[in-house]
Design a protein around this ligand. Structure first.
Ligand code: ADP
Ligand code: MG
Length: 254
């Protein structure tokens, strides 16, 4: 099996200062020594409550945030120090963000982002057509993005995240705020990406999504891994994955 993400004893602290006169230092241990690997072609889920450390982990994996300590490797390269070797080959989508120009059409949005990568015009137009097809926006491609529904905007974000044909796509809560149909379409797209051989690492706290999509997951709680495995393995003898999840999260708190 081809391991393309490797995380070992990874830690990240945030230091903040409180008060105005006598500044008091406060350290938040957002990620407290986690280990996992992701294989090429997997849909891998990072699960956990708000504040569990999911976004911090994704930011370290996508070269946007330096680890405090530990190993964080993508394609065998350090995400901090060797980020140049990684960036061209990955992309990411942070759910809920509005990285879309509303006064441009969907197609022109994609052209704009394509131009940030070096691509000739024919290659760019081909790629954009292919991606529009994948995210089912072909018919709406030449309408202004401001006329799009939330689900369409989210699909356009995914399209944007595919513009450099990344081998790994990181998605932080991709279905947050979507209605059931929007979320369903998004899950279809994620499966199509896997069928194309892409690796997807996503975070969510929506359990049916995990059960439906993810090959393997880790559950984070207060910055630590409290469970790992296939959704079935984690479910174990519990009636539902949700029951198993709640027990794990509560068990850790008591
Ligand atoms: N920039 C920051 N400065 C200080 N604390 C932060 C910052 N970002 C996140 N945190 C804290 O780190 C912890 C983990 O946050 P985060 O990684 O965003 O979790 P999640 O994505 O699972 O909700 C939380 O306690 C959060 O308040
Ligand atoms: Mg988050």
């Amino acid at each position: 099996m081809d391991t393309i993400i490797e995380v070992k004893d990874l830690r990240r602290e945030y230091v903040t200062y409180k008060g105005t006169i006598r500044k008091k230092e406060e350290v938040v241990e957002a990620v407290r020594g986690i280990d996992f690997t992701v294989n090429r072609g997997e849909i891998f889920g990072l699960l956990g409550q708000n504040g569990a450390g999911k976004t911090t982990t994704i930011k370290m994996l996508t070269t946007l945030l330096a680890p405090t300590s530990g190993t964080c490797k993508v394609f065998g390269y350090d995400t901090f120090g060797q980020e140049k070797q990684i960036r061209k080959r990955i992309n990411f989508i942070f759910g809920g963000e509005m990285g879309v120009y509303r006064r441009l059409s969907g197609r022109d949005n994609l052209r704009y982002f394509a131009n940030l990568y070096l691509m000739d015009t024919a290659e760019r137009e081909n790629r954009i057509n292919k991606i529009l097809e994948l995210v089912e926006l072909t018919d709406a491609a030449d309408r202004l993005a401001e006329t799009y529904s939330k689900g369409m905007i989210q699909r356009l974000q995914i399209a944007r995240g595919l513009i450099n044909n990344p081998e790994i796509i990181f998605m932080d809560e991709p279905t947050v705020g979507l209605d059931p149909l929007g979320a369903h379409m998004l899950r279809d797209i994620i499966r199509k990406l896997r069928d194309e051989g892409k690796t997807v690492l996503l975070t969510t706290h929506y359990l049916p999504e995990v059960e439906e999509l993810c090959d393997r997951i880790v559950i984070l709680n207060h910055g630590e891994i409290v469970a790992r495995g296939t959704p079935d393995e984690i479910k174990g003898d519990a009636a539902t994955l949700e029951d198993a999840y709640i027990a794990l999260i509560k068990g850790d708190a008591s």
